[in-house]
Structures are given as structure tokens and as C-alpha cells.
Design a protein around this ligand. Structure first.
Ligand SMILES: [Zn+2]
Ligand SMILES: [Zn+2]
Length: 161
């Protein structure tokens, strides 16, 4: 019943040493089984529960609703996973390892300093995670460094036009 194959797939990029520590956990809300990485790996990333909650502030590229889940079976050791629209099943990549992203994209920190907060109008945010909703729409989920309010910021940086 429980698909061990899908667990194995999700872990294929995990470090060898984890294999023995991983235990399937029943998720009673989503009715599916996934493996929980040992503490210490994803702790520096935004948690997937948090990601799901904040995805509700954007709309599906296809059906325009805003109910999303994160498919935990797709979580990779580099923090990438798939967000799924709960209505039309459209799915898109979610990237949670922003340390790596900021290291490899040196212009992003400058852009983050220019984003203004809709609540307090302070300019300057920190980047929590990002998604690519469609080829033309990349969204940054950011936190205001002054008042700590969280909001999504559309980015056209990755549009290749
Ligand atoms: Zn949808
Ligand atoms: Zn603010």
C-alpha cells in the first residue's frame, strides 16, 4: 500500500548516512506517506508548512485559485520541491534554499534592497523562498526587515524575452 518506491525516489539525492535514520510518517491530513529528513538539514530553510501557508497569497497560473499544497515526496536535498494547485493540480517548482541562490545570483541582494514594504513603506526585505509560477512569472516570498510583515513580490528577472 505504501509506496516505498516513491520514498526512495524522493531521497535519491540524500546523503547516504541518512538512509537508515529515515522513517516513513503517516500524514493524516494529506493521506500519504513521506519521509522526514533528520533535524539539521532543512532547519535553515522555510518549513514546508510555512511555504504552503504563504503560497495562499498568490494565484494559480491556470485556474487563479489560491489553495496550494507542497508535495513532500518531491522534496530534494537541495531544498527544491513541487507546489501543487489543489483545484486543478497544476504544479510548479518551489525553491527553499535561498542561501545558495543569493550566492550564485549576486544582483539579487541589490534588488531586495529596492523592494518596498506595502505595510510600512520601508525599503529592504529578506528573501525567504521563491517559486516559478509560470515561464513568465517568478515570485519571491519576502519579509520586511523593518516591520517583519511578509508578502509576495513578483519578479521579472528570470523572464527570457
Ligand atoms: Zn489551479
Ligand atoms: Zn514593513
Amino acid at each position: 500500500m505504501h509506496s516505498l518506491a516513491s520514498i526512495g525516489r524522493a531521497c535519491r539525492r540524500s546523503r547516504e548516512s541518512w538512509e537508515s535514520e529515515e522513517k516513513p510518517v503517516e500524514d493524516y491530513i494529506n493521506r500519504r506517506v513521506y519521509s522526514v529528513p533528520p533535524p539539521g538539514d532543512t532547519m535553515t530553510h522555510t518549513s514546508l508548512e510555512e511555504v504552503e501557508k504563504r503560497l495562499a497569497s498568490v494565484h494559480c497560473a491556470i485556474c487563479k485559485t489560491n489553495n496550494f499544497g507542497v508535495d513532500r515526496r518531491t522534496l530534494q536535498s537541495d531544498g527544491e520541491c513541487r507546489g501543487v494547485c489543489l483545484k486543478c493540480r497544476y504544479n510548479f517548482p518551489v525553491y527553499t534554499d535561498m542561501d545558495f541562490y543569493l550566492r550564485t545570483q549576486p544582483d539579487i541582494p541589490y534588488r531586495l534592497k529596492e523592494i518596498s514594504c506595502p505595510s510600512c513603506l520601508h525599503r529592504g526585505v529578506s528573501l525567504d523562498f521563491r517559486i516559478t509560477m509560470s515561464v513568465r512569472e517568478s515570485v519571491y516570498f519576502v519579509t520586511c526587515t523593518a516591520c517583519k510583515s511578509q508578502f509576495p513580490e513578483r519578479s521579472s528577472l528570470e523572464a527570457f524575452e
